[in-house]
Design a protein around this ligand. Structure first.
Ligand SMILES: [Zn+2]
Length: 127
């Protein structure tokens, strides 16, 4: 799914996070991915090959995330981490407008805006 440059960048960021024992480094180790979002439901991580996995720090379990909403949230957040990762961002349709719920920030009450899935924009059909 991801090209070599994306694989290398995600691997580099993940290795640095683990080495520094940064936030959610245990999720990075358990999932093989880069942690990009956390809430009470767990930690979302994206692997260097583009798979989205969730880590539950209570049960220490890992599962593959297939829900397209959470996959899009994961990729949107991944794209915002580093300009080298911007290619994974969802394509903004021409008819898209700023999200009225979050004011185009992608953040709502300190968490990801579920109206726009963190993109900051919504299209005419409401997605
Ligand atoms: Zn929004």
């Amino acid at each position: 799914m991801f090209d070599a440059a994306l694989v290398n960048k995600i691997s580099e960021l993940r290795a640095r996070l683990i080495a520094l024992r940064g936030p959610h480094h245990e999720a990075a180790t358990a999932t093989g991915g880069l942690p990009i979002y956390a809430d009470l439901g767990g930690v979302l991580c994206v692997t260097p090959t583009g798979e989205v996995r969730a880590y539950d720090s209570d049960s220490f379990s890992v599962r593959t995330v297939e829900d397209p909403v959470w996959v899009e949230i994961a990729l949107t957040r991944l794209a915002s981490l580093d300009p080298a990762l911007s290619a994974v961002a969802p394509t903004r349709p021409e008819d898209a407008g700023s999200c009225p719920a979050c004011g185009a920030t992608g953040v709502y009450w300190g968490g990801v805006c579920l109206r726009c899935l963190g993109r900051g924009w919504t299209s005419r059909d409401g997605r």
